[in-house]
Design a protein around this ligand. Structure first.
Ligand SMILES: C[S@@+](CC[C@H](N)C(=O)[O-])C[C@H]1O[C@@H](n2cnc3c(N)ncnc32)[C@H](O)[C@@H]1O
Length: 269
């Protein structure tokens, strides 16, 4: 992928190519970070959505959107990838939960009315779009006053372009090297899915899994939220549970040294 052209069209094209493998990965439960760490922590952090009109920004193939619907949210999912949304609709037809899906950038929610939603949720998607301030502004417009924005992103202070685990030579992680924190040049990351078992039913990814990335600083996130008319209610930097950290060395790193994700809950003023 030519890195000079990392605009929304390139993001949509990348996730369209990724959609089939990603859907299988997520739905088969092999996204272990999601299952053991990030999603349980997000459930503890997010507001009550029972009976609320909720938009899921960057919903992907809809696994989390469905989980939110089962918590009682009246769900709308938006994603820039038509292939992701097609798979989300297909699952909705197989197991109807009353979810509406739209192909849309979260930075342009013009097909939705002002104040149409009580809550906006987003899990690990806002760092994947090129225009964060536009996304938060658009979200502010479609939320009613007093409505909530609650999102997770890869932690901008630790998941930097020069990230590398440091070890003591005996395989023990002793820290995390970060670097190039201030560089905002978009780049493409290649994911390898190393923890996934490979069987005839679950073959390895047969093409590069490209994820366009848009590095930002912590202040970029905080200021985008406050400048769009939100009051920040709380921030979290969750760790895996101690039990999970003991059971899985790859989670223990994130328990001992640095948080993988940053959560933010804000209220529209
Ligand atoms: C890592 S996936 C996360 C999907 C889902 N939230 C989940 O947790 O399973 C990131 C998603 O963000 C979507 N995305 C990236 N930029 C977007 C944009 N500007 N508007 C809407 N969706 C976007 C991608 O298409 C992709 O489906």
């Amino acid at each position: 992928m030519a890195e000079k052209t990392l605009d929304e069209a390139a993001v949509a094209a990348a996730w369209n190519r990724n959609a089939a493998f990603w859907t299988e990965e997520v739905r088969s439960g092999f996204d272990f970070y999601r299952e053991l760490y990030t999603f349980p922590a997000f459930l503890d952090f997010m507001p009550d959505i029972a009976g609320r009109r909720v938009i899921d920004l960057g919903c992907g193939e809809g696994s989390n959107t469905r989980r939110f619907a089962k918590l009682g949210g009246s769900m709308t999912g938006v994603d820039i990838s038509a292939e992701m949304i097609a798979r989300a609709w297909q699952r909705e037809e197989e197991e109807p939960l009353g979810i509406a899906y739209h192909i849309s950038s979260f930075s342009d929610l013009s097909s939705f009315a002002d104040a149409q939603f009580d809550c906006a949720l987003s899990t690990l998607a806002l760092m994947d779009g090129p225009d964060l301030p536009a996304a938060i502004q658009a979200c502010s417009r479609v939320l009613r006053p007093g409505g909530s924005l609650c999102f997770s992103v890869l932690h901008p202070c630790f998941i930097t372009p020069a990230i590398r685990w440091l070890n003591d030579g005996e395989g023990n992680h002793v820290g995390l090297r970060i670097g190039r924190y201030f560089e905002k040049e978009p780049f493409v990351e290649y994911w390898r899915f190393g923890r996934r078992p490979h069987t005839a039913e679950l073959p390895a990814c047969d093409q590069p899994f490209e994820v366009p990335r848009f590095p930002r600083t912590l202040s970029d996130y905080i200021n985008a939220v406050s400048e769009a008319g939100f009051k920040i209610v709380k921030i979290a930097e969750p760790r895996p549970s101690e039990e999970m950290a003991r059971a899985h060395d790859w989670l223990n790193r994130w328990y001992r040294h640095a948080p993988l994700v940053l959560f933010c809950l804000a209220e529209k003023m």
